[in-house]
Design a protein. Structure first.
Length: 214
């Protein structure tokens, strides 16, 4: 482990010195960063270095260096990701909002100490306000308070017929289907949350009895 950290530090220092001398291009920086990352991690437990490999969508957004993508490229990324969205096999969108609340509060999962097949959390409060009871929450994403109430979802049992429900499911499944460079986890597409867990999160957002909509 110490040797790995020394190697990563050496690569980082090499990059810093190179930038002072020659002013590396963004591509040079990106390549050096990847080398540092790959030398700093190893397969352990369920955590795999393969997770560092970017698909075409993530790579395009990384290469943009924070600049807006060309409209044509952004649209192609969204269309490709929309095709990956899988609607619930049971046809049921809404689960138990109480279970959804637990998932939203849970930031655990996908670390080398987690057992294979163990349930992950959604860590939703890290990026969003969800209920008025929550005093501390992230602001990277928009507030989701009154998400279902503002969108007129009054009967979860009949919610499957509403476009907003399809959109919400799709957004949770693969956020890049609606925003090419979204920083939101692709919960379904990446296998972070199961279909049942997604149904529970849907209930948290849409059920009138959920604290989200009170």
């Amino acid at each position: 482990m110490k040797k790995t950290y020394k190697q990563a530090g050496f690569l980082a220092m090499t990059l810093l010195l190179a930038s002072c001398a020659t002013g590396p291009s963004p591509q040079d920086v990106a390549e050096a960063t990847q080398r540092v990352l790959k030398s700093s991690f190893r397969d352990q437990g369920i955590a795999k270095t393969a997770w560092l490999e970017q698909d075409a969508s993530n790579k395009a957004c990384s290469e943009s260096q924070g600049a807006a993508l060309d409209d044509k490229l952004a649209k192609s990324i969204e269309e490709a990701n929309l095709k990956t969205v899988k609607m619930p096999t049971s046809g049921k969108f809404i689960g138990d909002w109480k279970e959804g609340e637990k998932i939203a509060q849970n930031g655990r999962g996908m670390t080398w100490t987690d057992a294979a097949g163990s349930a992950n959390g959604g860590s939703c409060y890290n990026c969003h306000q969800i209920s008025k009871e929550e005093l501390s929450f992230g602001s990277i994403g928009p507030s989701l308070y009154h998400y279902g109430k503002l969108r007129g979802v009054a009967d979860p049992a009949a919610a499957g017929s509403k476009p907003i429900v399809d959109y919400t499911w799709g957004k949770l499944w693969n956020s890049k289907a609606y925003n090419a460079c979204s920083g939101m986890p692709r919960f379904g597409h990446a296998g972070i949350l199961t279909e049942t867990q997604l149904q529970h999160v849907m209930a948290l957002l849409l059920d009138p009895q959920s604290p989200v909509n009170k």
